[in-house]
Ligand binder design. Sequence first.
Ligand code: ZN
Ligand code: ZN
Length: 157
Amino acid sequence: MGLFDTKIRDAFTQFLTEKSLRKSTVRYMILEHICQIRGHFDVEMLLQRLEGNNFHVSRASVYNMIEVLMEADLVVRHQFSSTLVNYELKAVATTHHHAVCSNCRKIKEFKNDKISKEIANHKMVKFTPEYYSLYIYGLCSKCKFRLNLQKKEKKNK
Ligand SMILES: [Zn+2]
Ligand SMILES: [Zn+2]
């Protein structure tokens, strides 16, 4: 376990203590898997990984754990489209922005210090920003290529 994982684990323990919630093995096991993933995940992916490592956890427990982690401010929820929901460790999510392909729903992460600084320095009236997510919607190069090809084929018919 690296320093990153230890920090998150400690923050989680502190949260559970404050809220007088059970420090169950299952909760820590799920958190450990989330830390291993590092990137985006959904409930299915998490369940598969747990299964793959021979940890049999119910879907309800995973949902519940994600709720607890969001309340603890350790995990954020990304609603990329009406049907695409992903979760991510907040500590990871704050390091990048997201480009979402509107066609295949693939998500590309990118970093841009200029945008980050601009938003961090942006003063708001009667509002205290705490966190933000940036999604840029468009077409990935594969989809753009494919869609252009389809257009050309239609023209040639
Ligand atoms: Zn992300
Ligand atoms: Zn695409």
